[in-house]
Structure formats: C-alpha cells, structure tokens
Design a binder for this molecule. Sequence first.
Ligand code: SAM
Length: 215
Amino acid sequence: MVEEQLAARGIGDPAVLRVMGALPRERFLPPEMEENAYDDTALPIGHGQTISQPWIVARMTEVLDLPGWAVRHPGRPVAVLDVGTGSGYQAAVLAAIGARVTSIERDPELAERAARTLASLGLSVRSVVGDGSLGYPPDAPYAGIVVAAAGPAIPPPLVEQLAPGGRLVLPVGPPGYQELTVAWREDGELRTRTLGGCTFVPLVGRHGTDPGREG
Ligand code: SAM
C-alpha cells in the first residue's frame, strides 16, 4: 500500500508513510471487510459510512503540514481536529505522527467503536460525539482540521477555530462530486487552494448539506 498507492502517487511526507505502513488498517474494519483492508479504495464500515481510501487519508494528513507548523510554533501542542471519526483510522494516523487529536463523530455507535479501536492500539485520541460542522471549541485553536465528509461550503466555525498559520482540509461541493480544498487565513483573509476532485459522504449538520439535522 505504502509503495504502490502512496509513495508512487506523490505522498512524500516520511512520517505519513511510516505510520501508514505500521498501522494495522484491518483493525478499523468490520470482520467481513478485513481482507480488503489494503485495497486502493474507500470501504464500508456500517451505518452507511465508509473508511476513506488510503491515498486520501495520506494526502489530507500531508497537506496539513503539521511538521512545518510545529517548527514555526515551538513548544506549542500540535492540536488537530478530525471531523467525522468514522472508523477512527484518520485519527489514528494523526495521533501516530504525534498530533494531539480531538475526533468528532455524529453517530454515537461509530464513535464508540472507533474509541475502542484506538484505545486497543494504545493511541490517545479525545473522542467526542456531536456536530463537527460546529467544530469543537474546548480544544481550539487547532494547527490542523481535517473533515472527512462533504458540505456545500467551508463551515465558518472551523475557520474561526484554526490557530494562526493552521490549515483546514476538506471536500467542498454537492453530493457526488467535490473539490478537495485546503484553506488557511492570511492577512485577515480566508485563502483556499483546490487539490482535485473527490467523493465523500455528506457532512450532516448545521453547516453541512442538511442544516436541519444537527449532531
Ligand atoms: N475519517 C474516517 C475514517 O478514517 O474512517 C472516515 C469518515 S467517513 C468518510 C465520514 C464520517 O463523517 C461518517 O462517520 C459520518 O457519520 C461523519 N459525519 C457526517 N457529518 C458529520 C458531522 N456534522 N459531524 C461529525 N461527523 C459527521
């Protein structure tokens, strides 16, 4: 997976390659999906949700540039918010590269299962159940925010909860096709760059695709 799907397709961050090579991805999947754990695709995890394709997890992690943020802010904790815990795999990658991770999931059963998986691997992640489109102010500001579900626009609370110099990466667009987008603040303005097309499940919540359904 690391050589053929990640390094060969442009993932260069050594920490991302190392932890994704070491983490047992099968532990984040239901038993019937375990044999597909290293496939080059998103996979079902139950409750109509998915674990993201390995390359997407790697790209979203790399683009946060947490090593760069840590160098520019010595001595500060590298706090990261993971919106849409799902299986917990993205949170695990972030924790294993040394971030202080808060992971928020709207589905309580998925959140509980992910928290168990993460604990069983000895990874320290704060698991929260709630509407991640509102962010999670108690642990803000964040050096990085990664959102694994798609909404029509960038949720303003997530921008507000970014630390100076922090980055937010998320899919933006309608159901079925979105642009993977990285956002940051510069000179008081929100700047964005798109990284290519992608398809994620909907971000359900106040600042998501279905504002009527929260949490
Ligand atoms: N990062 C996950 C992983 O590594 O397995 C994949 C996440 S899956 C593609 C998207 C998740 O976002 C789903 O579990 C879904 O329930 C969750 N979700 C959708 N809207 C949400 C919201 N407003 N707040 C928190 N979680 C949300």
